[in-house]
Ligand binder design. Structure first.
Ligand code: C2E
Ligand code: MG
Ligand code: MG
Ligand code: MG
Length: 290
């Protein structure tokens, strides 16, 4: 009986695996079609100087809207795009779109544009050329572009770690800057800070305290800001949702903040409006909407 039960369970498990695999294949197929049909858009979220409140940068965040459906967030399709390799084409499209949208902002406002880059893209032999073409094609100067990578990028690019490092080193020599994203959520974080050619450190939103007056809760974010500052990295806090967060970060000497307090991700025209309003002096960023 035990044996039969075991076999049944195995068959159930096997059926579920096959269903999940079929689901994955369908998602990848729909992603491929969606890419061809132009179902993707890029939204922009402001990154604000904690002293003075200027919107100094935007992060490009991809969205997918299949016909007749609500927009789907990247957490639900980036993993499938990475597994299938589709992220290479999708990531290149996001990069070109973001450079094109941000090119007119830079000369007037000096705002940089941050683009997320997956380890799969960095493992492509022509990645640095793809970035250079996106810059030349859009007229965006290299200084205005930031590439966001995660701590695990060298591990996740596996045999391509050398290539990844070479791309980043070449692009930095051009003037492109590199940010480490979601800092503190990966592993061997401290060794990566030493080994990766980076300029900016983004502190993951999980470090934002529920209570900014609780010394226990603020100890970690304080330590990360101190560490980044001693390495001369620009610090950006993610997930700044409240005025208390912003006050704490200012006290700790964090340079920049990104989060709902300063603005949600939205289409390019809204980002341009935000810049215009800021320069106009009439609407301080973060006090615009509730
Ligand atoms: P990320 O790079 O860490 O981007 C920040 C995420 O935090 C965004 O989620 C943003 O909407 C969200 N966020 C911003 N402010 C707040 C806040 O105050 N509170 C909270 N709770 N969340 C906030 P989103 O847009 O869903 O993107 C999720 C992730 O998907 C990104 O995390 C990034 O890793 C990935 N991603 C987005 N676009 C791309 C892309 O073009 N290429 C690649 N490879 N990955 C992308
Ligand atoms: Mg990011
Ligand atoms: Mg992040
Ligand atoms: Mg994050």
């Amino acid at each position: 009986a035990a044996k039969a039960e075991g076999r049944d369970r195995f068959e159930v498990f096997d059926a579920r695996l096959r269903r999940e695999q079929a689901e994955r294949i369908r998602t990848v197929e729909r992603l491929r079609e969606g890419l061809e049909a132009g179902e993707f858009t890029v939204h922009y979220q402001p990154i604000v100087a904690l002293r003075g409140g200027a919107p100094v940068a935007f992060e490009a965040l991809v969205r997918w809207t299949p016909p007749g459906q609500d927009p789907i967030g990247p957490d639900r399709f980036i993993p499938a795009a990475e597994d299938s390799g589709l992220i290479v084409g999708l990531g290149e499209w996001v990069l070109r779109q973001a450079c094109a949208d941000a090119a007119p902002w830079y000369p007037t406002y000096g705002t940089t544009i941050s683009v997320n880059v997956s380890p799969r893209q960095l493992a492509e032999p022509d990645f640095a050329d793809v970035v250079r073409r996106a810059l030349t094609g859009s007229g965006l100067p290299p200084e205005a572009l930031v590439l966001e990578i995660t701590e695990g990028v060298l591990v996740r690019s596996g045999a391509h770690a050398e290539l990844t490092l070479a791309h980043l080193t070449r692009l930095r020599a051009d003037g492109v800057r590199v940010a480490i994203d979601d800092f503190g959520t990966g592993y061997s974080s401290l060794a990566y800070l030493r080994d990766l050619p980076i300029d900016i450190l983004k502190i993951d939103r999980s470090f934002m305290p529920d209570d900014s007056s609780d010394a226990q809760q603020t100890a970690l974010v304080r330590a990360v800001v101190d560490l980044a500052r001693s390495l001369r990295l620009v610090t950006v806090a993610e997930g700044v949702e409240t005025a208390q967060h912003a006050d704490l970060l200012r006290t700790l000497g964090c340079d920049r903040g990104q989060g709902w307090l300063f603005g949600r991700p939205g289409p390019a025209p809204g980002a341009a409006d935000l810049l215009y309003d800021w320069r106009d002096g009439s609407v301080p960023v973060g006090r615009k909407s509730p």
